[in-house]
Design a protein around this ligand. Structure first.
Ligand SMILES: Nc1nc2c(c(=O)[nH]1)N[C@H]1C(S)=C(S)[C@@H](COP(=O)(O)OP(=O)(O)OC[C@H]3O[C@@H](n4cnc5c(N)ncnc54)[C@H](O)[C@@H]3O)O[C@H]1N2
Ligand code: MOO
Length: 405
């Protein structure tokens, strides 16, 4: 008997990840706007000013009083000019107009802008060739944002558009959740650094680069720890060290049933296992736990399993630690070829997702079988999520996809 769930369903495992991470949500920090890109907002932002902050011209032309215009041509007297920049004290009176540029504040008295191309200028006379509609080419104060409105909500990811919205409101800094610090471990006596030569039985370490890249793609700055040998004491010391210093430990390998799979024992003995082994394929031996101040995501060593478990749990964990409440957009695509499976586990299959000529997103499954076959991951750009239970999915069936490229 264990005091943690084992062999649990994928959705139950995701729920545990979300729950545990929410309880260990990271603290907040206030940063200048330029450093908030990609971060999760921790407090709502209310607009300190309206947007636009004043009525202004949408075009280069002449500001005028619409009531002065007649059918056909109208000649107005050019009395001044107002360019984008500080507002001058100008008033447009009857039969008058003011030269104006895009973004310049509307002078008092004017309510319409005629674009330059619809005029003929002769000294201080401006002939309006065809009358614009009343209020044409104006951008009204507050039409985009009213002062005091909540424009950005806590829990949302700061995209470039959202950061620039804060900038347009004159907000110089934002309070965001801290990014988790991450230690990455690969483990196994068979692993060799690319560039060195292989002795019989050895392989190159590919998972470390895979994890470093996947974590960096999430906006994190992972630290690669020296590779772990298959030595229980060394595994214990390294993981416990990292547990004191990092928010998140991501390991790969040494988590299954082999004699050299030491990671579960260390987490169990010195920390807490939240679950071990999930009904998924590949990635079944995945473990989630806590060690000192860190959450531990221990991924199986097979490269494709690393991929499936990172996309399946890693992203959820990183989001929840950072207080993200805005869900990532769910994506679906139509199968190009049928998929059949007889086992009960949720399966993650490599596929190439593309948009066909009718604008329909389609997923072409990659026929490679085996969680060691990394090449097929590189040749694909998404994982198809094949639901729990035996399935016979015909071509054309709409399936969930997890895109990674
Ligand atoms: N008797 C059982 N055997 C296995 C089980 C099981 O339940 N009972 N599970 C299988 C499954 S499923 C997987 S997945 C693997 C996972 O095992 P581990 O997480 O303990 O990983 P390792 O044994 O250390 O390695 C598995 C495989 O991946 C290669 N590997 C490991 N690290 C790297 C790396 N950094 N770069 C490239 N390749 C790596 C390693 O050499 C092995 O070939 O266990 C099954 N066995
Ligand atoms: O499920 Mo393992 O993760 O087959 O490769």
């Amino acid at each position: 008997m264990t005091d943690f769930p084992i062999q649990l369903a994928f959705d139950d495992a995701v729920a545990i990840v979300r729950d545990v991470a929410a309880k260990h949500r990271l603290d907040t920090e206030t940063l200048p706007l330029s450093r908030t890109h990609g971060r999760i907002l921790a407090t709502d932002v209310h607009a300190p000013i309206a947007l636009p902050p004043f009525d202004n011209s949408a075009m280069d032309g002449f500001a005028l009083r619409h009531a002065d215009l007649r059918e056909g041509e109208t000649t107005l007297r050019l009395i001044d000019e107002q360019f984008a920049g500080r507002a001058r004290e100008i008033r447009v009176g009857e039969g008058e107009c003011v030269r104006i540029t895009t973004g310049a504040p509307m002078p008092a008295g004017a309510n319409t802008v005629v674009i330059k191309e619809n005029t003929r200028v002769d000294g201080d006379r401006v002939v309006v060739l065809t009358p614009p509609d009343a209020g044409a080419n104006l951008r009204r104060e507050g039409e985009d944002v009213r002062a005091g409105e909540c424009v950005l909500q806590a829990g949302k990811r700061l995209t470039p558009a959202r950061v620039s919205l804060a900038a347009s409101l004159g907000v110089p800094s934002l309070t965001v959740f801290r990014k988790p610090t991450v230690a990455v471990f690969s483990s196994g006596d068979e692993l060799v650094e690319p560039g060195l030569s292989l002795a019989p039985g050895e392989i190159y370490d590919s998972n470390r680069e895979l994890l470093m890249g996947l974590l960096r793609a999430e906006g994190l700055e992972p630290t690669a720890w020296p590779r772990l040998p298959d030595d229980p004491k060394r595994v214990e010391i390294a993981l416990r060290d990292a547990g004191c210093a990092f928010d998140l430990i991501v390991t790969c390998g040494a988590v299954s049933a082999g004699e050299k799979d030491h990671i579960p024992a260390v987490v169990q003995q010195f920390g807490q296992v939240h679950f071990w082994k999930v009904r998924m394929k590949p990635g079944m031996p995945v473990l989630f736990g806590s060690l000192d101040q860190a959450r531990v995501l221990a991924l199986p060593g097979n490269p494709v399993s690393v991929f499936a478990t990172f996309l399946g749990f890693g992203r959820t964990l990183i989001d929840a630690l950072q207080g993200r409440t805005e869900p990532r957009p769910a994506e679906r695509a139509q199968l190009v070829a049928p998929i059949e499976k007889s086992h009960a586990r949720r399966e993650f299959q490599r596929a190439t997702v593309f948009c066909d000529e009718h604008g329909v997103l389609r997923a072409d499954p990659n026929p490679a079988v085996g969680s060691h076959r990394l090449r097929a991951v590189g040749e694909s750009n998404a994982l198809i999520v094949v639901p729990d239970g035996p399935q016979r999915l015909a071509a054309g069936t709409v399936v969930e996809i997890l895109r990674y490229a």
